[in-house]
Design a protein around this ligand. Sequence first.
Ligand SMILES: [Fe+2]
Length: 173
Amino acid sequence: MSPHALAAPPASPALPELTALTRRYADEVRAGRHRVVVDPAQRWYSLLRSDDTVDVWLITWATEQFAELHDHGRSLGALSIVRGALTEDRWVPGSHALAGRRITAGRSVGFGRGYVHEVSNPEAQAAVSVHAYSPPLTEMSYYALEPRSDGAGSALRRTRTATTAPGSSEGVG
Ligand SMILES: [Fe+2]
């Protein structure tokens, strides 16, 4: 056997496993095993895990803090809410507007490649969430929602693409 056969990278988790991973870390945060800081000036991040297959972030969201409309490049993503609630506005291809939903404490969502959303905390209580990306984020794009030239609703326009360094909080959310 070639020694290279042993050097194959570990398999990346699929979406259900990635979502379950955020639930396990959310349980740890609830159990007090990780430091949690809420910063009224900006979202606060803590990298809980980082390896070749996955990054796991703890994020806090004071009132009105948000992540603008973005994708996750080539990564799958998932999040679990530890406490509080987040509002997610998601792009649904073929639709005319973003689809909003409120994700409350204890709930989890996963997102596949091509998923575009903005995430915010419009509520009085701070929100705490755990996010995982697999493979780790390397590049992500931001979007604006604009009226289509043919008048048939709205379309996404990419406004910029950012490169994400390993372990960087650029774009997480
Ligand atoms: Fe996101």
